[in-house]
Design a protein around this ligand. Sequence first.
Ligand SMILES: *Cc1c(COP(=O)(O)O)cnc(C)c1O
Length: 364
Amino acid sequence: MPDTSALQSASCEDWPGIIRAYADLLPVTDQTPIVTLREGDTPLIGSEHIGPSLPGNIRLFFKFEGVNPTGSFKDRGMTMAVSKAKERGVGITMCASTGNTSAAAAAYSARAGMECIVLIPQGKIAFGKLSQALIHGARTVQVDGNFDDCLRIVREITDSYPIELVNSLNPMRMEGQKTAAFEVCDQLGHPPDIHILPVGNAGNITAYWWGYLQYREVGRIDRLPKMIGFQAAGAAPLVHGEPVRQPETIATAIRIGDPARWDDAMSAMTDSGGLVDMVTDEQILEAYQLLAAREGVFAEPASATSVAGLLKLAANGYFDDRPVTVVCTLTGHGLKDPDTAVNMLQKPDIIPARTEALVELLGL
Ligand SMILES: *Cc1c(COP(=O)(O)O)cnc(C)c1O
């Protein structure tokens, strides 16, 4: 018999997922059935290129949420939302989604033995995300409308039927997503000075802020970061101060015209001394490519919005010479949306199957 004790003890000491890791700070009890895929504990990656190339004195880190089990930060919220729904005996979950919420809802519902219904805007979600909803067995319905239409329908249905809404209107989603702020403080040993996030439905930036506030309240940190949100220029209701009726952007995960967490997110940014601003799709794609080509980190276009925002702030003289620690959350994995990468880049060369052909092509 091979000795597997080392393996067994390694798996026992594994990261237990965000609920068990932060149970003292979350609304769970011994009675809560924990539905987990061991989400969280994502890396805080120091920038080797982008940070050092900026003016000022910036220590830049990327909180890479793309390595969560379904490839985005939505898993943090979903482990809480699904666990609490299961605790109350609910059998069906439902969400509107630009893609990642449906992927996470489908996976965690499958894990919990619950049914899942997802509403997505027709033709407007990345292919990888659609594949996730389908393979995890969610009843997936495309709506001839945008995300905001999907969310309106989901709210009406979940108001009238015993079905759990698992969009970020669900307070348990926010509870779970707060844990990313806890992790950033634990990883740095202190809070960052500035935290930059992409903003779509505005749940995540709100959750981070609540996380930082709670961590200060329990004495694990003694100050708070400035919260800075960036929207895509074609879907920037918080910047314009009014809903956008036909939101458009390459960053489909934040293609939202009427964010559900509008007021909460604005409070987070204002109360922390931060700001909300927007970047164009060109700026998003530039940051997207820069991250992958110069840092080795492949995040989806919406995620690159935080880095595009940082570049814009730096170019506009936002930073002086004082040392600052900046964290950009990279919300989802680039493999979610391979089409965007392949379509923006030159196709690979084709050669005959002869070594000399390669030598010639490479000019060796
Ligand atoms: C959901 C999502 C966002 C936006 O988060 P909100 O909480 O809706 O503001 C950004 N990026 C990715 C990859 C997402 O999945």
